[in-house]
Design a protein. Structure first.
Length: 119
């Protein structure tokens, strides 16, 4: 089993920045592909970004490309999402997710952290 705990959410003004972190426990994160998803009120959960187990490859959704960046520290079993130039439409609950590199879908999820972008 893998446990994921997010932190770093909060209230920020438009144009501001936040950094989300996700701590993984239960097994070494080196065998896990990690990702961030988000879900806004009344909307379906959407993919934000993912990173390979080694950290050598990332995928970022078009809606946040150029503003968000995902990174990981396998020594600390953490993955981070740096969010810059935040917009009100980025308001959502952000979830950390993980899957074994051999799995087809994300099977481990955190409890989520709220990000609110508002003036």
């Amino acid at each position: 089993q893998v446990q994921l705990v997010e932190s770093g959410g909060g209230l920020v003004q438009p144009g501001g920045s936040l950094r989300l972190s996700c701590a993984a426990s239960g097994r070494s994160s080196i065998a896990l592909r990690m990702a961030w998803f988000r879900q806004a009120p009344g909307k379906e959960r959407e993919f934000v970004a993912s990173i390979t187990s080694s950290g050598g490859g990332t995928i970022v959704a078009d809606s946040v490309k150029g503003r968000f960046a995902i990174s990981r520290d396998n020594g600390k079993n953490t993955v981070s999402l740096q969010m810059n130039s935040l917009k009100p439409e980025d308001t959502a609950v952000y979830y950390c997710a993980a899957r074994l590199v051999t799995a087809q879908s994300y099977t481990y999820w955190g409890q989520g952290t709220q990000v609110t972008v508002s003036s």
